[in-house]
Design a protein around this ligand. Structure first.
Ligand code: FAD
Length: 360
């Protein structure tokens, strides 16, 4: 065992891509004693910075298969990591609960069946007269919204999480290189990552966490992986506070697929869309506010005070995410077109286990 730990300490791992997946992998592996270098030229513009941070784990309706297993593991890991990361940011937390609502009777029936079958006290049905949606019905001038509430799911502020991870990485003196990797190759027993400025970085292991661009690095190594770009958009809307008090609403909820986060009395965030595209459209406001048959006038009169987007990668022809040990210390952990924040702990654990096995 001692020998193993020594191997870990000597081994150098390069993580390409510094979104939430790259940073979480760095956290997990650094705690195991590995030497880490993260490489990313423009980490501010990635999709992790655009995320709303909803953690929809326990309310996932399919209770078997890989996707559920990853969610289940992440739900268990998140509280442990939050406790650990509080040393670097005492305000980091998961704000609970999470509410998922629909105006579609068929969808509500499915949600109801799911809750009946699952029999979990953390998951409850919300009928239209429920206390939890009384103020939503009032604010959105609707009568027919129904859904579920999950007391185990919630939201983490993605920007705050990323900043906290940065503090951790700095504290651990983890090397962060602002470079783009344009080529990787194996030479004898070492991997070489070549930067655009022609530097070569040697490592024992490479983990590809660079989303769409991962494909460019492995195509020449004859791995057939395809990723498609998926656009996610969000807006912050200012409304007239005389007409509605947004702070009377739950902290985070989803109506007919749109995530809604009231920020202040007169400011709310709405996201996100899922088109196969790399460019945000002009009509973001219409797209994001069109989630009810009739929208309340306060929302229609609202003004966008901020808007942003992120491009995520979706595997083509296989389920998301792609987590594969490609060969001799080359690992890919990407293709998170949804739920990358939620799944980061479970996926990083998977990578760590692969790497531990590699050194056995
Ligand atoms: C509007 C929006 C809302 C979302 N809401 C949620 C949510 O509520 N809950 C949730 O769980 N998820 C949400 N997501 C999804 C989540 O943001 C993604 O799943 C997650 O951020 C993916 O992280 P990543 O690290 O794989 O990719 P990214 O954050 O995109 O990071 C990839 C990094 O790789 C770097 N890179 C690329 N090529 C190279 C190269 N050649 N060399 C070095 N570096 C390179 C890039 O610069 C980038 O920083 C949302 C996404 C969007 C856009």
């Amino acid at each position: 065992m001692k020998g193993l730990k020594e191997n870990f300490q000597k081994a150098h791992i390069v993580i390409i891509g510094s979104g939430v997946i790259g940073k979480f992998n760095a956290l997990e592996l650094s705690e195991l004693g590995f030497q880490i270098t993260i490489i990313d030229p423009t980490q501010i513009q990635n999709s992790s910075n655009a995320a709303l941070g909803l953690l929809m784990g326990n309310m996932y309706q399919k209770r078997k298969g890989r996707s559920w297993n990853l969610r289940k593991q992440s739900i268990e890991l998140w509280p442990q990591w939050i406790e650990f990361l509080r040393k670097f940011n005492c305000e980091l937390n998961i704000q609970k609960p999470l509410i998922k609502l629909t105006t579609n009777e068929e969808k509500f029936k499915k949600l109801k069946n799911f809750i009946d079958e699952i029999n979990d006290l953390n998951l409850r049905i919300l009928e239209k007269d429920s206390i939890h949606i009384k103020n939503i019905n009032k604010a959105f001038q609707t009568k027919n919204i129904k859904g579920i509430i999950s007391f185990k799911d919630g939201r983490i502020n993605a920007i705050s999480l990323l900043k906290t991870l940065d503090k951790y990485l700095k504290h651990k003196k983890i090397n962060l290189l602002e470079e783009e990797i344009i080529k990787i190759r194996k030479s004898n027993s070492q991997w070489i990552s070549t930067t655009r400025s022609n530097k070569n970085i040697k490592s024992d292991i490479i983990i590809l966490c660079n989303s769409l661009k991962a494909v460019n690095l492995i195509n020449s190594l004859s791995h057939n992986i395809k990723l498609k770009p998926v656009l996610g958009q969000a807006i912050e809307v200012d409304v007239n506070e005389e007409e509605v008090d947004l702070l009377s609403l739950p902290k985070q909820f989803n109506i007919n697929g749109k995530n809604i986060i009231p920020k202040t009395k007169n400011k709310l965030i709405i996201g996100s869309t899922d088109e196969y595209s790399t460019k945000p459209e002009e009509n973001t406001f219409e797209k994001l506010t069109n989630f009810l048959d009739k929208q309340p006038s306060w929302l229609m009169k609202g003004k966008i005070s901020k808007k942003w987007y992120g491009i995520r990668s979706r595997p083509d022809g296989e389920p998301s995410p792609i987590m594969r040990n490609l060969k001799n210390g080359l690992i890919i952990c990407t293709g998170f077109y949804k739920n990358g924040i939620l799944l980061a702990p479970a996926c990083s654990k998977w990578v760590a286990n692969e790497i531990k096995n590699y050194f056995y």
